[in-house]
Design a binder for this molecule. Structure first.
Ligand SMILES: [Zn+2]
Ligand SMILES: [Zn+2]
Length: 375
């Protein structure tokens, strides 16, 4: 199949509306090849798009699945830099927004939804509307804002051609019952506070900030190096420490103290990133450890009568690693929580595990109170 050459005049005709892209379809069914406007493509992606949303939904809730699609399509958008270079070579110089509108014109004419209309436009802010995007149609049954594909695409295109970071949020969505999908894009770099706010609100999951390069042997989480540890580290460390210092000292002192230090260093780090509210520091730390697989937070309350904080957790790393035991086993988690609360509120505390799944309780329950005497 001979691929049609796309010239500057073709782009200009599309831009002016004099032509549409139907004149640039090349389909060769025998070869199983299709080229649209010079780009190798394939039809009917609705199964694919639904599969992508549902794949992410498998491990996340729907709101977070939409965010994961957004991240994926941000990468698609970043690829637009190639077309931009090509246009520059043809001496067709479009400003970033006009360039993006051209990309969407090409996409929408291929079935990616209704055209995009510009509602507001300036240097650092752009508001776009579409009667319906492709994904708002395909994922209509989710009955919520689903257009992660377009918001990610917008972010990616604008970021790639301007060289600055853009953040795009969908504010209204046809799939949520609104009359149109509306996207607001702003030129900004999310701060630590933005990231942690969205984590706490449940708008993002930590997976979005993990860069895993298995072949280089590195994992970073929001720019900090981290490692994946097998859960048996708890039983294995506990075992070796018990042999060295005895069981009671290993659990109640060494592990508790070590993890308390970890918890308080974590809070010190969050604080250095500008977060100062103690309650928020505690929430953030527990959310992060939870999302890292240490446990699930079931409930957290303040017992006024006893002046203690009560935290209930499901499947803590140690209770899962140790299995059945005669007494509570979660010394590390207990220390971690004590360190977090102590550093967040700036008080000396005593943490204690009062119920434990390893001894048959429904959840592991920890209490944290002001330390009045030496233990
Ligand atoms: Zn939408
Ligand atoms: Zn436990």
């Amino acid at each position: 199949m001979e691929k049609k050459r796309i010239e500057k005049a073709d782009f200009e005709a599309i831009l002016s509306g004099e032509k549409d892209i139907t004149g640039f379809f090349d389909i060769n069914p025998a070869d199983g090849k299709m080229v649209v406007f010079g780009v190798h493509t394939a039809s009917n992606p609705d199964y694919l798009i639904r599969a992508i949303y549902e794949m992410f939904e498998g491990n996340l809730n729907r709101r977070l699945a939409v965010q994961a699609v957004k991240k994926l399509y941000r990468s698609v958008g970043l690829g637009a830099v190639g077309l931009n270079r090509f246009l520059k070579k043809l001496e067709l110089n479009l400003d970033p927004v006009d360039f993006m509108l051209l990309v969407f014109k090409l996409q929408h004419q291929q079935g990616w939804g209704a055209p995009m209309e510009v509602i507001e436009r300036n240097e650092s802010r752009l508001v776009l509307r579409s009667r319906a995007t492709f994904e708002s149609d395909v994922m209509k049954d989710w009955k919520m804002q689903v257009c992660g594909l377009h918001s990610g695409w917008i972010e990616g295109i604008l970021s790639s051609v301007t060289g600055s970071n853009w953040v795009c949020e969908e504010k209204k969505c046809a799939a949520a019952g609104d009359g149109y999908c509306e996207f607001v894009a702003e030129k900004k770099t999310p701060t630590w506070a933005d990231i942690t706010d969205s984590l706490l609100k449940g708008d993002t999951a930590i997976t979005e900030f993990i860069e895993h390069k298995p072949l280089e042997g590195t994992i970073t989480f929001i720019d900090r190096p981290v490692v994946i540890m097998p859960r048996i580290i708890f039983t294995s460390l506990m075992g070796s420490m018990s042999r060295i210092v005895g069981e009671a000292a290993a659990g109640g002192v060494v592990n508790y103290r070590a993890y308390m230090e970890l918890g308080s260093q974590n809070i010190a780090y969050f604080r250095s990133m500008g977060i100062t509210d103690p309650a928020k520091l505690v929430d953030l730390a527990l959310t992060m450890y939870s999302q890292m697989g240490w446990f699930r937070v079931v409930g957290m309350e303040w017992d006024e009568a006893r002046k203690e904080k009560v935290i209930r957790l499901d499947h803590t790393a140690e209770s899962q690693a140790v299995g059945t035991a005669a007494k509570p086993v979660c010394y590390c988690t207990s220390g971690l929580i004590a360190g977090i609360v102590s550093a967040a509120y700036g008080v000396r505390v005593q943490g204690k595990e009062v119920k434990c799944q390893s001894k048959g309780d429904q959840y592991c329950e920890f209490t944290v109170k002001d330390k009045v005497e030496e233990n």
